[in-house]
Ligand binder design. Sequence first.
Ligand code: G6P
Length: 608
Amino acid sequence: MCGIVGYIGEEQAAPILLDGLSKLEYRGYDSAGVAVYNGEEIQMVKSMGRLKVLNELTHDGAMLPGTVGIGHTRWATHGVPSDANAHPHLNKTGSIVVVHNGIIENYVKLKQQLTRRGYEFRSETDTEVVAHLLDYYYRGNPLEAITRLMHRLEGSYAFGIMFQDHPDEIYAVRKDSPLIVGHADTGSLIASDVPAVLKYTRSVYFIENGEIVRLTREGMQFYNIDEEEISKEPVTIAWDVNAAEKGGYEHFMLKEMYEQPKVVRDTFSPRLKNGDIVIEELGMTDQEIRDIGKLYIVACGSAYHTGMTCKYVFEGLARIPVEVDLASEFRYRNPILDEKTLVIIVSQSGETADSLAALREVKKRGIRVLGIVNVVGSSIAREADNVMYTWAGPEIAVATTKAYSTQLIAQYLLAMKFAKVRGEISQETLEVMLEDLERLPEQMEMLLSNKERIQRFANRYLAAKDVFFIGRGIDYAISMESSLKLKEISYIHSEAYAAGELKHGTISLIEDGTLVAAVLTQEDLFKKTMSNMVEVKTRGACVLAVTVVGNTEVEKNADYVIYIPKTNQYFTNSLAIIPLQLFAYYVSIGKGCDVDKPRNLAKSVTVE
Ligand code: G6P
């Protein structure tokens, strides 16, 4: 939610800021702005709408001279998307400028106090109080003003700040919102996320809560809230520079779907050794694994759906009871945890506010937390007791595809490992399962190569009003993710239903021609879901069936069938999701939607 960038160096700042913002647009895109010191004063341009409006207004940055600046792309929380509410925000004389990611929770009180002191507000944002409060505290020493500000603020923030009378410096500070800084050959950068700086440097510093950075052309210094200088170690990011570019694909989502075979392989292969699964980063002894009494999988969005699937995998294979929780519910429901509980937090970004808060809640109670995270060095990765990385690389499209697929793989590996250590599966069974696992990338490729067929089918449903997805067990979990994919990028109302629940209400919504996608990958549930398929078909539904090759019986009752290759019953999600992702993608582009940046959504949800 919201992306911030900053640059100070030898080059013209504005084009670098705009380029950085283009990499962060997934964090919010209802308005954008930049402020640059032009040698005399701070010059600011901001506008409602996508970044391209700002690019046009500034001629891709060319009309903003100066080598130091900050920028912002917004996902509105306080105040509608508008020019006035867009960041940056200025103090009254225009000599202090701020960009912000996060929410200042006590801004109403601060605004009242500042208004009483004669400050006038030009926007409805919570951020503007920061510019005025800095103005109030500023006596020529930026660090002092910033630390005084920090003592007054409640909520979450990452700021980029410039002071006109310190034109050779940018300040950055963070609490509970992500922030990284890096130094490249031509200058220093700040950003909300790694893709924005990858082109310039792979060596970055992750800023911790309460830390302040002073960036200059030559380098940077770090301070704590007591204004004492501290030292920090950089982290080297292994991501390929081109990974955050479209690379010839029309959309990031399509590119990322096509990367799935590779990133799935990247996630399992380093962990397979001589017919065994080795997850060193798990940090658990075999005895500790045997002692696990209960698992909680806690996450948001699609990551939560991977937990829904893997509940069946962990319970089925390792016979460990699993609860899957939405992080936003878990954090407030006082869950029953004991020393035999292992909590797994699944998150692509590692910054989702609710998932992070859930993690902290668990840690406060002294319970072990394992993070399954994609972004190296992110908050969840740093704060979890142990972290198992998914090697999906940077994911830019708001709707996740490749990160989702790698989250499944990480959990399959854990489930098989736990099952083996607890004596629930034999070495022989494990080896057979690993063979199936290793075949997944090739099978995914085969499904992806079928995209034209799916596109033709999708084009028939561009005008659909409602679409239903049904399935049982893992197929229900697949339905949930497929339904989310479709609704979030195509704006078609869609629901996932456990097929057995249909008769308790949803079936009344089926009309002539309503599309129902039935997922039937689980052999033992095949006949049951088939009956539900027949029930909707009889009531006029058009049925799309997704099933395993050989199940030709479905053809009698389906209007359209997609076959997935045979695999282990626990891995079917990894294959069945591919055509359903493609379906959502083609409906979205067929309708002319902005598939990579769907309305109202942001990829990294850093506010609760
Ligand atoms: C947003 C994204 C989803 C993602 C969810 C959780 O809603 O659009 O794709 O699944 O956040 O994000 P996380 O980074 O924690 O996996």
